[in-house]
Ligand binder design. Structure first.
Ligand code: 26Q
Length: 871
């Protein structure tokens, strides 16, 4: 039996010549030899054979004609074969055992490149590297051929991907459900300091990691009207007469666990036209109308909306949400009912359905519709099933980011769902009135419908009412959710609310991205820590060991040199690998305060200009991140960062002591290069605004120290690494509230603080805009007159704390000590821990280990009759 995924010999006998394999032709085999199967074997020898075979028979190339892309495809297919074996075994086990599955519904999955991760999780990374290298190729370059599937905006999408990795690693039956966007998040270029967006055609060359399943296509309806009717049993029912039908076809992506045989499925839906339906209009002669409908159907899965934490009530976005939710729920129900004897009453035994934010919250109404209208269940029974199956994760406290849909739009697109929402609301309002008959305003505040012109459907309220559990993503965030954004729901149903602090997968964010540090850890504490990250604490004993510290330092230095090489290529800027790398990489958003960071840079620049001899610690300020294309202020901040870089980097008085670089095209892959090279992690959002953050965890795990506010998961990171190993500054959440309440006047800080005034004056005076005093005026005005995120209030504390950072960095031994302690104490933030908590407290699911003996493909012929329990 093979449980470690290391090597499989399943006894195919090859004797005699193997055509077109010169190395084998030479051998004269007098006896029968056992050879590993080319599609499952894990030894270097077999991988060599499979790599060459796939190059030949899949790409149709040999080493004289192959391109880098051909080699990438050949290796990917070699890996895919080895996944399929385990994938089939996993699916078979889940089907035959009727295991309860986690169904993670998310509009985004930010997977990152697949090939390296799949090799790692299969346990053949080193073998594959050897094969590729022995073939005369550059392994790292080959991995970089893969276009990154950018099917997400940022934290929320990446969290979904980390969760899939942990679910598979923990052997939890799970399925991710989402959209197969043809265009992911845009590619970012920087031209003349400005962000320029280019479409991301990631599927241009095909995708070896997906398998299309046309036979599982489902139909999704939109528009039209509803009508009442009496069914055969004399029951009053509603019927939906849609005006548009679209098809959803699943594309399945394998998600292997680390070091086990589990392969779970990410099922992404692609929209296409229902030609039969569209061309009915032929009869009415509207040919071009029918073609237009076809195009508009295909638009549904065309492009990811590049907004993060901003509201945008676009019709197509609602169409997308309903599209993937409807496809996924139909799929879940179909799989449940295909088990003999199972009825919808027991749906909760098959599926724990998690809503990743409100993007799939329409699931509440759609599941009700499927149960009541299509499967003819009574309302109360349907409501019980719906609530038992669904749970909701909230990812934001920003009021402007809470999703609301205009009722007229909703009614046009999903008339039956609006009726169902009204019905849910009317029962809910009764409950609210019974709960608190005194407070007359309460119903209006809690209602699923916001009154006004137009009215709005409040998706967070819908999710809150239709789910058995609501969770926040960090301790502080959950407390604020309970005490502010959803406090009246918490009063009514306190047992519904839970915290599940986010996590990150150490497989991608340490083993893959920082192999040298990984080796050092394994050398000291042995294997097994990658799935039990708290064990990194065993390294605490080494912090005072000079040999260990110098090896740690050497690894960090090497990572910094590598990043410097990359930045030389992408930015044509020479950065000093011995300088402190001060890094802020994340979406560009006002609440994340990249602007505060660049104000500090200007503050340092002023100090140098005032006294060129000043003793200043050499620092490289590294920024990366995308701005939503329609977010004017975020794009202006990018311009300012680049403009400051242009002036500072060339100033001879600065003499290279400080540099500012904005690395274009932030992505998972770029993150993998940046985190291991960072010294300082900037987590400086206004307290109470960042739900959790996960970049903060990636930095700490790779031995960067944090300068940060008491916001999101920073609070818990600081508790774990120790306050003495964390650079805290800034207002706390209650202080932010107090200051707002008593009337915040940011202009006062400009008047009272000379350092800050000189910083702002330098921007306002056109110093970074070739004398143009208009360009950055919106930034200056926002700081002085409507400083929503209180940068002015936090500036001095930030600048002072940065001074302490510089002091601390000068003590190299002390700094490394702190860095090591950060890294080894953040094991708690493994997404394995997060997923265990979800399984225990929300999903009630248990692991189903997968063994390979009974379903390995070593059969000589099929026997379809022996398949059991299928309808
Ligand atoms: C909504 C409507 C229309 C178009 C787009 C959107 C949209 C898309 C993406 C709204 C929000 C998002 C993404 C939000 C997000 O990434 N939130 C982050 O989630 C992380 C994981 O929990 C947290 O760590 C971050 O704090 C939070 O900002």
């Amino acid at each position: 039996m093979n449980t470690q995924g290391k090597s499989t010999t399943n006894g195919h006998n090859f004797s005699g010549d193997y055509p077109n394999k010169p190395e084998l032709q030479q051998q004269d085999c007098p006896v029968t030899v056992q050879v590993e199967d080319d599609r499952t074997g894990m030894t270097v020898e077999t991988l060599h054979r499979a790599f060459a075979d796939n190059l030949y028979y899949i790409q149709g190339k040999n080493e004289l004609t192959a391109t880098a892309y051909d080699y990438y495809m050949a290796l990917s297919y070699t890996v895919r074969d080895r996944l399929l074996h385990r994938w089939i075994a996993s699916n078979t086990a889940y089907m035959t055992q009727g295991a309860k599955q986690v169904c993670y519904l998310s509009a985004e999955f930010l997977l990152g490149r697949q090939l390296g991760k799949n090799l790692l999780n299969l346990g053949i990374y080193d073998q594959a590297k050897q094969v590729v290298t022995e073939s005369g190729l550059d392994f790292d370059a080959l991995l970089e051929v893969e276009p990154e599937p950018g099917l997400g905006n940022g934290g929320l999408g990446r969290l979904a991907a980390c969760f899939l990795d942990s679910l598979a690693t923990l052997e939890i039956p799970a399925m991710g459900y989402g959209i197969r966007y043809e265009f992911g998040i845009f590619d970012q270029d920087i031209k003349d300091g400005c962000q320029v967006e280019r479409p991301d055609k990631w599927l241009r060359f095909g995708n070896p990691w997906e398998i299309r399943h046309p036979e599982l296509t489902v139909e999704v309806c939109y528009g039209g009207t509803t009508e009442a009717y009496e069914d055969e049993d004399g029951e009053y029912r509603k019927r939906w007469k849609p005006s548009r039908k679209v098809l959803g076809t699943p594309y399945d992506v394998p998600i292997p666990g680390y070091n086990n045989n589990t392969v779970s499925t990410l099922r992404l839906w692609r929209a296409s036209a229902n030609v039969d339906f569209d061309f009915q209009v032929f009869d009415s002669g509207d040919y071009s109308g029918a073609v237009a409908d076809k195009i508009s159907s295909e638009n549904i899965s065309k492009v990811l909306y590049p907004n993060d934490n901003t509201e945008q009530g676009k019709q197509l976005r609602l169409e997308q949400q309903y599209f993937f939710v409807s496809c996924s729920l139909k799929d879940i129900i179909h799989r449940h009912l295909s088990h003999r004897g199972k009825t919808l009453e027991t749906l909760v035994d098959s599926a724990a359905i998690q809503l990743n934010d409100t993007h799939p919250a329409i699931a509440v109404a759609e599941l009700m519709r499927l149960l009541v209208d299509e499967h003819r269940l009574g309302w109360n029974q349907a409501w019980r099933i719906t609530r038992n199956c669904l749970a909701y994760t909230n990812h934001t406290l920003l009021m402007e980011a809470l999703e609301r849909w205009p009722v007229p739009l909703f009614e046009r697109l999903l008339p039956r769902h609006l009726e169902i929402i009204y019905e849910i609301n009317s029962r809910f309002i009764d409950e609210v009135q019974r709960f608190d008959p005194e407070d007359e305003g309460r119903v209006g505040r809690m209602s699923l419908i916001e009154e006004g012109t137009p009215k709005y459907v409040r998706m967070a309220h819908l999710a809150c009412v239709g789910c058995h559990t609501v969770n926040g993503v960090a301790a502080l965030h959950t407390e604020l959710l309970k005490s502010q954004v959803l406090h009246e729901f918490n009063e009514m149903w306190p047992e519904k609310f839970q915290n599940k602090t986010n996590g990150i997968t150490p497989r991608r964010w340490l083993l893959l991205s920082n192999p040298e540090l990984t080796n050092l850890v394994t050398e000291k504490i042995g294997d097994g820590w990658a799935t039990d990250l708290e064990r990194m604490r065993q390294l605490e004993g080494y912090v005072d060991d000079p040999e260990f510290r110098s090896r740690w330092q050497a690894i960090k230095d090497a990572n910094k040199r590598q990043l410097a090489e990359r930045i030389l290529k992408t930015n044509d800027e020479d950065i000093d690998p011995t300088s402190l790398y001060d890094v802020q990489v994340k979406r560009i958003h006002e609440y994340k305060r990249q602007l505060l960071n660049i104000l500090h840079v200007i503050g340092l620049y002023n100090r140098i200009k005032a006294n060129p001899q000043t003793n200043i610690l050499p620092r490289t300020f590294i920024f990366a991140g995308k701005a939503a294309p329609g977010y004017y202020m975020a794009k202006l901040v990018i311009r300012l960062i680049n403009a400051v870089g242009k002036v500072v980097n060339r100033d001879r008085q600065v003499a290279g002591r400080i540099k500012v670089v904005f690395v274009p095209g932030y992505s998972v892959s770029l993150g993998q290069q940046i985190y291991p090279a960072a010294d300082l992690s900037e987590q400086i959002s206004t307290a109470g605004k960042e739900a959790s953050g996960t970049g903060n965890m990636k930095f700490a795990l790779n031995g960067a120290l944090t300068i940060g506010t008491l916001d999101g998961a920073n609070v818990e990171i600081r508790d774990l690494v120790g306050p003495e190993n964390f650079f805290l500054f800034g207002l706390t959440t209650p202080e932010v509230g107090q200051l707002k309440y008593h009337g915040y006047n940011s202009y006062r800080y400009y008047e009272d603080n000379t350092e800050l005034r000189q910083v702002i004056d330098r921007i306002a005076g056109g110093e970074f805009s070739e004398g143009d005093t208009e360009l950055f005026k919106p930034i200056v005005d926002s700081l002085l007159y409507h400083d929503e995120y209180m940068l002015m209030a936090d500036y001095q504390a930030y600048s002072d704390t940065q001074q302490k950072v510089s002091q601390a960095y000068r003590d190299r031994d002390g700094w490394i000590r702190m860095a090591i302690l950060n890294s080894v104490r953040v094991g708690h933030f493994s997404s394995d821990r997060t997923i265990r908590e979800y399984c225990r407290d929300i999903w009630s699911v248990k692991p189903v280990p997968i063994t390979l003996d009974s379903y390995s493909p070593d059969k000589t012929r099929l026997n379809a009759k022996k398949v059991m329990g299928r309808s």
